[in-house]
Each structure stands twice: as C-alpha cells, then as structure tokens.
Design a protein around this ligand. Structure first.
Ligand code: ACO
Ligand code: LMR
Length: 271
C-alpha cells in the first residue's frame, strides 16, 4: 500500500508549482497586467479571503487603504518610525517599530469595534444597552473616541467612508446602529465620535453581510484579526514615507528634551 508522507504545511491561497504562481487560482500575470483591471482590492480579496469581490467591495477595500495611509508625523506609529530612522536604523526596522504601536488605542481597534458592535446588534441590544453593557464589562468602546477629532472638528475621513457606503453599499444596518451609539456617546463628551477605526470595521461587517457571508464566517475573519490588517497595510505606506523623509532630510539622532519630562525619582528603599 502507498504510504503518503505527512505534509508539514498546508497552503490554500497560492500555488507556485507551475510555470507561473497563482493567487487563489489566478496567474500573477493576469492579476498584475493593467488590461484585466485587477486592483489592490482584488489582490487582497483573493489572498486574504480567497474570493473575487464585486467592484463596489474591492473599491471599498481600496478606499480604506487610501484613507488610512497616513495621518501626519505626530501619531504613535509615525513618531516611533521617525525616531528609529533617526537612530540610524534601516527602513524595515523603522517600519516595524511603527507597526508595533498599532493596537487597541491606535489603529488596531478595528477588529474589536466590529466584534462588539456586531455582538450588541446580533443580540438586539439598544444603543443605550450596548453602552451600559460595555461599561459593566469595564471596556472602552473600540471604535469610539479620538484625541483631536470631535463633533466640532469632524473627521472627514469618516465622512468620506460613510459617503462611499451610502452611495455603493446595498444597505448599512450595522453602521446605522453605530451612528445611534455615537449620538449618545457624543452627547456625553464631544470627542466620543465614531472614529475611523470603528467606521472601517463596522462597514466591513456590512460589506461581508451584503456579500452573503455567514455570521460564523464573519466572526472568523474578525477573530483572525483581518480587519486590523487593513490598517497595517495602509499605514505602512505612510510610515515608509516618514522614514524616507527622515533619510532625505538627513536628520540627526533624536533625544527627547529633558524639560519635557517630569523627573520624580526617589531614593530606593533598602530591603
Ligand atoms: N469608550 C468609552 N469611554 C471612552 C472612550 C471609549 N471608546 N474613549 C474615551 N472615553 C472616556 C474615558 O473613559 C475618559 O472618561 P473620564 O474622563 O470619565 O475618565 C474620557 O473619555 C477621556 O478619555 P481619554 O482616554 O483621555 O481620551 P483620549 O482622548 O485620550 O483617547 C482614544 C482617545 C485613545 C482614541 C480613546 O477614545 C480610546 O481608547 N478609544 C477606543 C479605541 C479606539 O477606537 N482607537 C482608535 C482611534 S482612531 C485611530 O487610531 C486611527
Ligand atoms: C490616525 O489615523 O493615526 C489617527 O486617527 C490617530 C490620531 O491621533 O490622529
């Protein structure tokens, strides 16, 4: 009898054994050539989700990537990338230090926003019940709040994403729910807006539902971290821009001014 050798790895997204490698069955040349009209959104839908999405959906994925590509030099990740580049490190090292700041407060609240808003909506919670639920759980609401954007200084990236969805999505039930939640949070504090992370994640759920995915499949994407990955891909473009900027400007090593640090050191007790 034939004894099959146990395979160490399984791959279900690409295949490099023929003359030309494929992305979910599509030869790279057919994806890369401008004639066939595949964009970065198509490459992502093939390699991340193993499906070809309709144009309104791939255009949404591309809108997200373009929208999050940069938000100036002051944000956590760009700051880290700039400091690292100025310490003489290479592009990859500097990029990685920027990416490592992406998490629950900065850029990486997308999966949890999708998760908790979906959880509440699936269970028929009202916006007020959801806010109460998160409070009782001792959790800040992922996707709500911004350091500098507020009702009076709206985040035009969010307006752009909402406009795209209004014009191209069949419907946006989870966004509609999130906007009701936002009404309550902003009535408490002006900056507790539905932020760019929240809008992206919530609209992604609306997109997947409209594409016919099951709730289990959507939960699986969220659990895997697929949504934060959009911020990682998009913001890498900006971080690399900041790193190249540092190199172009030949900036010296950075040292934080000591007058901007509150030194409060006491003599350690002996034990
Ligand atoms: N849910 C509930 N309450 C909140 C939230 C929230 N998401 N955000 C802030 N608050 C409350 C705080 O509990 C605090 O209340 P208190 O004054 O009674 O103590 C008050 O608002 C101010 O909180 P800060 O942490 O000082 O707010 P700050 O403006 O510094 O925080 C931040 C901004 C970090 C974005 C915060 O709103 C947050 O953690 N949001 C959730 C995570 C998130 O969505 N991050 C993505 C932001 S967009 C991006 O990075 C691309
Ligand atoms: C960002 O996109 O980096 C932000 O929304 C965070 C910020 O404080 O600007």
């Amino acid at each position: 009898p034939k004894v099959r050798r146990k395979k160490e790895f399984i791959c279900t997204i690409s295949d490099d054994r023929g003359d030309e490698a494929t992305y979910a069955g599509y030869p790279i040349s057919s994806v890369a050539t401008p004639e066939t009209g595949f964009g970065i959104g198509d490459v992502i839908s093939l390699l991340w989700f193993k499906k070809r999405y309709p144009k309104w959906a791939t255009d949404y994925l591309e809108t997200v990537i373009k929208t999050v590509a940069d938000h100036g030099p002051a944000v956590s990740g760009a700051h880290n990338a700039k400091v690292t580049a100025r310490a003489g490190k290479d592009v990859i090292s500097s990029l990685v230090t920027g990416l490592l700041t992406i998490g629950p407060r900065f850029g990486g609240a997308i999966d949890d926003a999708a998760k908790y808003f979906k959880y509440a909506n699936d269970r028929g919670m009202s916006p007020a019940e959801f806010i109460d639920y998160m409070k009782k759980e001792g959790k800040t609401i992922s996707g709500i709040g911004h350091r500098i954007k507020s009702v009076r200084n709206p985040d035009l990236r969010v307006s752009g994403l909402k406009k795209y969805a209004a014009e191209h999505f069949p419907s946006t039930p989870l966004l509609d729910f999130a906007l009701e939640v936002e009404k309550l949070t902003t009535s408490k504090k002006d900056n507790l807006i539905l932020n760019v992370d929240g809008t992206i994640g919530i609209l992604m759920v609306d997109m997947w539902r409209a594409l016919g995915y099951s709730e289990e499949e959507i939960d699986g994407f969220i659990e895997a971290g697929a949504l934060n990955a959009f911020f990682v891909v998009g913001r890498s473009i900006g971080f690399i821009g900041h790193i190249l900027d540092e190199k172009r400007l030949g900036m010296p090593m950075y040292r934080h001014p000591t007058d901007d640090i509150l030194y409060n050191v006491e003599l350690a007790d002996e034990i």
